[in-house]
Design a protein around this ligand. Structure first.
Ligand code: SAM
Length: 283
């Protein structure tokens, strides 16, 4: 019978966020797969635990993942941890979970610290629907393409960001969404210098020009206003003109009436109807 892979979140700053279940799972697992064994060793020392560890990080997921998988198949249990937060969320783990799912190896995900959820909850922005966008690419062209895709996004958007890239990212967000779009910059969450700055993109750019950013950030950006439904367009106006024409109104009267009913510009509607040949008679 295979063992179980436990996904064990670890504190994103405050060691008080270690839960009893998190500690129990680390105690009971046969071994720990850690993103950085030196970081995890500090956590284990804090908990007074000694455990065999293997390293599982971004650049060895293939080789190390295969070794972890074969130990799981052989019946051992593994606790997967990263340096901070929830494994598999902008951190190593996604591949291993997929491989376990394919091999029918049980995966137990322990709830716990995660920067994006902590930030979203405190942002003051709508939480009902949101989209997590991870890190924007370093490459300017790819960042732009990513942001272009989000231009019409109406859900709250979350980004992870490092302090040295924050100003460039804010400038790109400003270009994409405009200066009035609201943003919550959630910095150093759960730590001594935790700060949540609820502002607009325009003000955020100005603020961080004068105050160079320090620490880890989650950016929570307000979604765009939903497209108004059933807003009359000239095309819908044109259909109404055609109806009125069919019931005998002159083009001029039909355009005037349709424009008044739908709140559209009369001249533009008249010109459009004329161009579309809704009448072979100009009156
Ligand atoms: N798996 C982690 C999680 O569940 O949140 C995220 C790991 S990702 C490599 C690291 C990024 O998470 C940082 O660059 C930052 O954007 C965000 N982050 C982590 N800890 C944070 C904190 N205490 N305050 C604000 N952002 C944090």
């Amino acid at each position: 019978m295979p063992g179980t892979l436990y996904l064990v979140p670890t504190p994103i700053g405050n060691l008080g966020d270690i839960s009893a279940r998190m500690a129990d799972t680390l105690t009971e697992a046969d071994f720990i797969a850690a993103e950085d064994t030196r970081v995890t060793l500090k956590l284990l020392n804090h908990l007074g635990l000694k455990k065999p560890m293997v390293s599982y990080y971004r650049h060895n997921t293939g080789e190390s993942g295969a070794a972890v998988l074969s130990r799981l198949m052989a019946g051992e249990s593994c606790a997967l941890v990263t340096d901070a937060g929830t494994p598999a969320i902008s951190d190593p783990g996604e591949d291993l979970v997929r491989q376990c799912a394919q091999a029918d190896i049980p995966v137990v995900s322990i709830p716990g610290p995660c920067a994006l959820i902590t930030a979203l909850a405190a942002s003051g922005l709508p939480t009902g629907r949101f989209t997590f966008e991870g890190f924007l690419a370093m490459n300017k062209k790819n960042r732009r393409a990513h942001l272009e895709e989000l231009k019409g996004e109406t859900r709250t958007m979350l980004f992870y960001e490092a302090p040295h890239k924050l100003q460039a990212t804010l400038a790109d967000l400003l270009d994409t969404f405009g200066p009035d779009r609201r943003i919550a910059l959630c910095r150093e969450l759960t730590k001594l210098h935790e700060e949540i700055r609820r502002t607009t993109l325009g003000e955020a750019v100005t603020w961080y020009e004068a105050n160079p950013p320090k620490g880890e950030f989650v950016l929570v950006v307000e979604g765009g206003a939903p497209a108004a439904e059933n807003v009359p367009t000239l095309e819908t106006g044109l259909l109404r003109v055609e109806e009125l024409r069919a019931s005998g109104a002159s083009l001029r009267d039909a355009a005037r009436q349709a424009a008044a009913e739908l709140g559209l510009p009369r001249k533009a509607l008249y010109d459009l109807a004329l161009g579309k040949g809704t009448s072979d008679r100009v009156d």
